[in-house]
Design a protein around this ligand. Structure first.
Ligand SMILES: Nc1ncnc2c1ncn2[C@@H]1O[C@H](COP(=O)(O)OP(=O)(O)OP(=O)(O)O)[C@@H](O)[C@H]1O
Ligand SMILES: [Mg+2]
Length: 451
């Protein structure tokens, strides 16, 4: 078979060039040309969605309920939106050694009982996988293994074995003969993923791609894969703690921002069914600089301890450091605290931390961050049976956040008795055992927090 011709395509403007150049001849961007297969557009993309390309009205398209097959790992199913969908392509990204292969081997072993599952490994030998399976107690799991890195051979195996679920571990090790670039390059990763996606859509196979996270935190270069696939999951967690979080960043078949919580044990990943109290540290008595935040992770309320340390400046520039929280937002909040709360931090180093390695990106954490900073600064502890949430605006107002009720109910369930929340989140009905303190402005909030 004649080798397909290759060309170079600009990742910025999509323009093509027959040879590699440092600068795109179309949009003049630098270092954006990547190798691609020069097949006619018509054959290349015709069947990506698996649909016949004729124009129809929306109402005439027959829909069917997406049949979902649960993987048997409850926390994994939660992030997937209920289970695996035929034809879906899922990307699982994460830091090295976080547990991607472990999770997928466990999931495949559970799925394998009901449907044919194929695990393609490009990184580890079958012996290594078997050793892991032994440790996890899955030696007799009905999973088919294929140690292969060449895409054409893998696709051939998929066509003959006809599995319903395929794991590719990892997409960075795969290469297609159609391109000359090295495995792991943007061109190879993109082309391999595109071909596997086409196969998934055509044959209604669920494909799970493992992707390594690059230095910059993106999966395989500048987000090349996230657009191609249906679902993007990130595996995160602190390597120093045994807890692992799987987060859905994008999901065409379910809610994004869902969170699955696991504990890494010698026998593999175990789902943590009730994680809301996981990120609270145990203090014998209330300590200054600590505030309990009721946050939402997807559809799930989570209580997290936010800690702050405000320390007199030891010469040089004042340091502002945020771990697990947005550092930009910290600077903004300190300015609001100064202007509207009358608390000056210019002569202090400020450190804030979300306990337990969680990452909180929602603005509902604002009030808790300010409360813990103020508490550390004044060296006075907050009531340890209180929880806090609320967004802080630049004008010093406390703005309501979504799903206030759920946050309050979860806190009440875990024994918290007092909640300092935005006026806009005041619940219509009283929550049993919970005193609600609704605040409208930052000054008022700091005042009431002391009580
Ligand atoms: N005996 C053990 N007891 C407890 N945990 C273990 C044990 N062996 C391995 N682990 C855990 O499994 C992790 C490795 O898991 P795994 O190989 O699935 O990660 P990965 O994300 O696939 O890594 P890579 O990026 O290298 O492919 C280790 O970092 C460790 O936390
Ligand atoms: Mg691995």
């Amino acid at each position: 078979m004649a080798k397909p011709r290759t060309a170079y395509t600009c990742t910025e403007c999509g323009g093509r060039s027959s040879k590699w150049q440092g600068q795109c001849p179309h949009c003049s961007a630098w270092n954006t040309l990547v190798e691609t297969v020069a097949v006619p557009v018509a054959t290349r993309f015709r069947t990506v969605t698996g649909a016949v390309a004729d124009v129809r009205t929306l109402a005439s398209v027959e829909t069917r309920a997406e049949p979902r097959s649960p993987t048997g790992l409850e926390e994994f199913d939660r992030v997937l939106g209920g289970g695996l969908v035929p034809g879906a392509v899922i990307l699982l990204g994460g830091d090295p050694g976080i547990g991607k292969s472990t999770l997928l081997l466990q999931a495949m072993a559970a799925i394998g009982a009901a449907r044919r599952a194929l695990y393609v490994t490009g990184e580890e030998s079958p012996e290594q996988i078997a050793m892991r399976a032994q440790r996890l107690g899955l030696v007799n799991a009905p999973v088919e293994l294929l140690a292969e890195v060449q895409l054409e051979a893998i696709i051939g195996a998929i066509r003959t074995r006809q599995p319903e679920v395929v794991v590719i571990d990892s997409i960075q090790t795969m290469y297609t003969e159609a391109l000359e670039s090295a495995p792991g390059s943007v061109a190879q990763v993109r082309e391999c993923a595109a071909q596997l996606t086409r196969l998934a859509k055509q044959s209604a196979i669920t494909v799970i791609l493992v992707g390594h996270v690059t230095k910059e935190g993106a999966i395989a270069g500048p987000r090349v894969l996230e657009h191609i696939v249906d679902t993007v999951l990130y595996f995160e967690g602190d390597t120093h703690s045994s807890f692992r979080l799987v987060r859905a960043i994008k999901n065409r078949f379910g809610a994004a921002n869902e969170l699955g919580v696991f504990a890494m044990t010698e026998r593999g990943l175990k789902g943590v069914a009730n994680p809301s109290a996981l990120f609270l540290s145990q203090h014998a008595a209330a300590v200054p600089g600590s505030c309990i935040l009721a946050t939402m992770e997807g559809s799930r309320p989570l209580l997290v301890e936010v800690q702050a340390l405000v320390d007199a400046l030891q010469g040089g520039l004042a340091r502002r450091l945020a771990v697990g929280l947005d550092p930009q937002r910290l600077a903004l909040l300190l300015a609001v605290l100064h202007r509207h709360g009358g608390v000056e931090t210019a002569a202090f180093d400020v450190f804030v931390n979300a306990v337990g390695g969680v990452r909180i990106s929602e603005p509902a954490a604002d009030l808790a961050v300010l409360a813990s900073i103020n508490s550390s600064m004044k060296n006075s502890a907050l009531n340890d049976k209180s929880i806090v949430f609320g967004e802080v605006g630049l004008a010093g107002e406390i703005r309501p956040v979504q799903r206030g009720q759920e946050r309050l109910r979860e806190a009440a369930k875990l024994g918290f008795r007092r909640a300092i929340i935005p006026v806009g989140n005041r619940p219509k009905q009283a929550i049993e055992g919970m005193e609600i303190v609704a605040v409208g402005r930052i000054g008022e909030a700091l005042e009431r927090l002391r009580g």
